[in-house]
Design a protein around this ligand. Structure first.
Ligand SMILES: *Cc1c(COP(=O)(O)O)cnc(C)c1O
Length: 359
C-alpha cells in the first residue's frame, strides 16, 4: 500500500487512523453483522452514533445549549439558499460581505429569495484582502449578516469575528474545527463536510434556537432547519455512512487534544509554509499578511512556464492535488486538519529542491 500526501481543497484528506477504523468496521459494525451502510438509521446503534457525534461536536466547539446542531444533506451550497429561506422574508434585506468566490456565490443565491445586499467586496484586488469593517455599507435593518471566514480559493481568512448587531451567519466549510470559535457570536454557522469533517454528502449547521421560528411558511420540509432540529436530523433518511465517518473524525479530534491542539499545529504548519514562500523569490503568495489562510495556501511560481514541471515532479514525489484554482493560477496547498506536519515538511522540502533545480 502506498499513501500520498494529499493537498486537495476538497474532498480532502481524511486522518489515516479514521480510514483504518473504517476498514476494521466494514464487515461487521459494532457486532451488528452488517456494515454501517446497511443499518437502519432508526437502529439503536445508529441512533447512539448520531447522539454521540452531536455530543462530541458540542464538546469540541463548546456549543452552548441554546444552539441546535443539524446534519442535513446538500452541502454548503444548499445552505446558501436555506439561509435566506430560514432567516429572512422575501421583502427583507440581508447583508453580504464578499471576500471571495464563495461569498459572491452566496450573495447571488440569496438574491433569488430576498433583497441581498453586498456591503463589501474585495474583487478589485482579486480577493486578496479583507475590506476594513468601517467601510462596510451595512443596511439599517438587515435580517442577518453573512460572511465566509475562510475563502477556500484565494486563501483569505478572517482572523477575527466581525462586529454585528444582527445575527451573524458564517460559511465555515473550509475552516470549521481548525481552531476554537466562540459560537455564541453567531446566529448560524454552516459547513460542507468534505474539507475538515468527513466525506461529501453530509453538512453541518449550528443555529441559535430562537432563530428557527423565522422560517417562511410553506418552506419545503427538507429545507427547513426546524425540521432537522425537531427530529435529531432524521427528518428523512440521513447520509448514514458520511455521518459515521464524521463521528469517527470527531472522536479522532478529541484524541488529538481538541481544536485547541489542532489550532497550534495548524498555525505552525501554515506559518512554516508561508515563511518558505516569503523567503524565496521563486515562489510568492499575493494575500495580505493579516488575512492569510491557515487552511488553503495558494502560491505562484515566478515563471509560470514551470507550472507543469512543478505539478509533474511533485506528483512523482508523492505530493498530490497541488494545482491552483483556475481563477488564481499557480498552486494551492490545502492543509486541513488531516494533513499533518510531516506532509507540510515534505512539501517545503520539495519546493526548495525544485527551486534549486529550476531557479
Ligand atoms: C467547498 C466550499 C463550498 C461548497 O461546498 P459544497 O459542499 O460543495 O456545496 C462552499 N463554501 C466554501 C467556503 C467552501 O470551501
Amino acid at each position: 500500500m502506498s499513501r500520498v500526501y494529499n493537498f486537495s481543497a476538497g474532498p480532502a484528506a481524511l486522518p489515516f487512523e479514521v480510514l483504518q477504523q473504517i476498514q476494521d468496521d466494514i464487515p461487521d459494525w459494532q457486532g451488528t453483522g452488517m456494515t454501517v451502510m446497511e443499518c437502519s438509521h432508526r437502529s439503536k446503534e445508529f441512533v447512539e452514533l448520531a447522539a454521540r457525534s452531536e455530543r462530541n461536536l458540542r464538546t469540541l466547539l463548546s456549543i452552548p445549549d441554546d444552539y441546535s446542531v443539524l446534519f442535513p444533506q446538500g452541502g454548503a451550497t444548499l445552505q446558501m439558499a436555506m439561509t435566506p429561506l430560514n432567516l429572512a422574508a422575501a421583502d427583507e434585506t440581508a447583508d453580504y460581505v464578499v471576500t471571495g468566490s464563495w461569498g459572491k456565490k452566496a450573495l447571488g443565491e440569496a438574491g433569488k429569495f430576498c433583497n441581498a445586499n453586498g456591503i463589501a467586496d474585495s474583487s478589485d484586488r482579486n480577493f486578496t484582502y479583507i475590506p476594513d469593517q468601517a467601510s462596510w455599507t451595512r443596511s439599517d435593518k438587515a435580517a442577518y449578516l453573512h460572511y465566509v471566514p475562510n475563502e477556500t480559493i484565494a486563501g483569505v481568512e478572517f482572523h477575527f469575528v466581525p462586529d454585528s448587531e444582527v445575527p451573524l451567519v458564517a460559511d465555515m466549510s473550509s475552516t470549521i474545527l481548525s481552531r476554537p470559535i466562540d459560537v455564541s457570536k453567531f446566529g448560524a454557522i454552516y459547513a460542507g463536510a468534505q474539507k475538515n469533517i468527513g466525506p461529501a454528502g453530509i453538512t453541518l449547521v449550528i443555529v441559535r434556537k430562537d432563530l428557527l421560528d423565522r422560517v417562511r411558511p410553506n418552506n419545503p420540509h427538507l429545507m427547513t432547519w426546524k425540521s432537522y432540529a425537531d427530529s435529531d436530523s432524521m427528518t428523512n433518511t440521513p447520509p448514514t455512512f458520511a455521518w459515521y465517518v464524521a463521528d469517527l473524525v470527531f472522536q479522532w479530534l478529541l484524541k488529538q487534544g481538541g481544536v485547541e491542539a489542532m489550532a497550534r499545529v495548524n498555525e505552525r504548519k501554515a506559518s512554516k509554509l508561508y515563511a518558505a514562500i516569503d523567503n524565496s523569490s521563486f515562489y510568492s503568495n499575493p494575500v495580505a499578511k493579516d488575512c492569510r489562510s491557515w487552511m488553503n495556501v495558494p502560491f505562484i511560481l515566478a515563471d509560470n512556464a514551470l507550472d507543469a514541471a512543478f505539478l509533474d515532479e511533485s506528483r512523482a514525489a508523492g505530493l498530490t492535488n497541488l494545482k491552483g484554482h483556475r481563477s488564481v493560477g499557480g498552486m494551492r496547498a490545502s492543509i486541513y486538519n488531516a494533513v499533518n506536519e510531516e506532509a507540510v515538511d515534505a512539501l517545503i522540502g520539495f519546493m526548495a529542491d525544485f527551486e534549486q533545480r529550476h531557479g
